[in-house]
Design a protein around this ligand. Structure first.
Ligand code: SAH
Length: 248
């Protein structure tokens, strides 16, 4: 049996990779993935064979990884954040049945909702959800329905793939849906290039969010009705303050 590791690299730098992710790559003969993510690790593993594919070639990339494993090489398929969160782990597992003597091991990584939350403070301290605004693989109607229900359910909502050059209006729609259920002063935030060069963030209101410099390298956080600004940090209280006796 040879292995394909589906490795979550975390958001950027080496410090945010798990030790298990480093070991999985060390044990691999080949690193493969989307060019941008492979570039994040090539300097750490200069002796490894590299195979990169552009965006939108995900099926080819996974088939290549599985074929290469079948030929006897151990492969690390690298993804940013977590390999199972809008990553390649699911697709690899779906394709596996066509390959013999290959197994897949999923190695978790810190997803952008978690690494970005740490930059802003503690915004996801209560029930939260993650919604991708990309309609490349998901019908837009379904995305709208999920936004409506997240807004109605008062979930803290993390938006992935919030705004591309081609889909400027998706974030505007998301903000308008949230505004139907939440005040325009709702505490929101965004973090760009988490853990990478050029990391940037801002905490703002729901009213301001649509006009912020948000792109595809950004993760957006829309607070629940309970989210507050505490000493410049975005915090969603868990509710301890309602039990003051716990603090004495
Ligand atoms: N597997 C990744 C998500 C891939 S979807 C993960 O678990 O994090 C791509 C989206 O994730 C981007 O559009 C952005 O919204 C978010 N994202 C991933 N890495 C990021 C980073 N370093 N900084 C900010 N946002 C990031």
């Amino acid at each position: 049996m040879t292995k394909v590791y589906a490795v979550g690299l975390g958001p950027g730098g080496k410090e945010m990779m798990t030790e298990e992710a480093v070991h999985a790559i060390e044990k691999s003969d080949v690193i493969c993935g989307y060019t941008v993510y492979v570039d994040l690790v090539t300097s750490m593993f200069p002796e490894k064979e590299i195979f990169t594919t552009p965006m939108k070639k995900e099926i080819d990339r996974c088939k290549w990884a599985l074929e290469t494993a079948q030929s006897g090489k151990t492969v690390a398929m690298v993804c940013s954040g977590d390999a199972g969160v809008y990553g390649m782990a699911g697709l690899l597992l779906q394709l596996l049945h066509s390959y013999s003597d290959v197994e897949i091991e999923v190695v978790p990584g810190i997803t952008a909702a978690i690494s970005g939350a740490a930059v802003l403070g503690a915004p996801v301290g209560h029930d939260f959800c993650v919604i991708s605004l990309s309609d490349l693989l998901t019908p837009w109607d379904l995305i709208v329905k999920r936004l409506e229900l997240a807004a109605e359910g008062d979930f803290i909502t993390c938006l992935y793939n919030p705004r591309s050059k081609k889909r400027i209006e998706h974030l505007t729609t998301a903000c308008n849906i949230m505004l139907k259920h939440r005040s325009e002063d709702t505490v929101c935030g965004w973090v760009k290039n988490i853990g990478r060069e050029g990391e940037e963030y801002r905490i703002c209101t729901l009213k301001e969010l649509d006009n912020e410099p948000i792109d595809m390298f950004t993760t957006v956080f829309i607070g629940s009705s309970q989210t507050k600004l505490v000493d410049g940090k975005m915090v969603t209280p868990r509710g301890y303050e309602k039990h003051e006796d716990m603090f004495v």
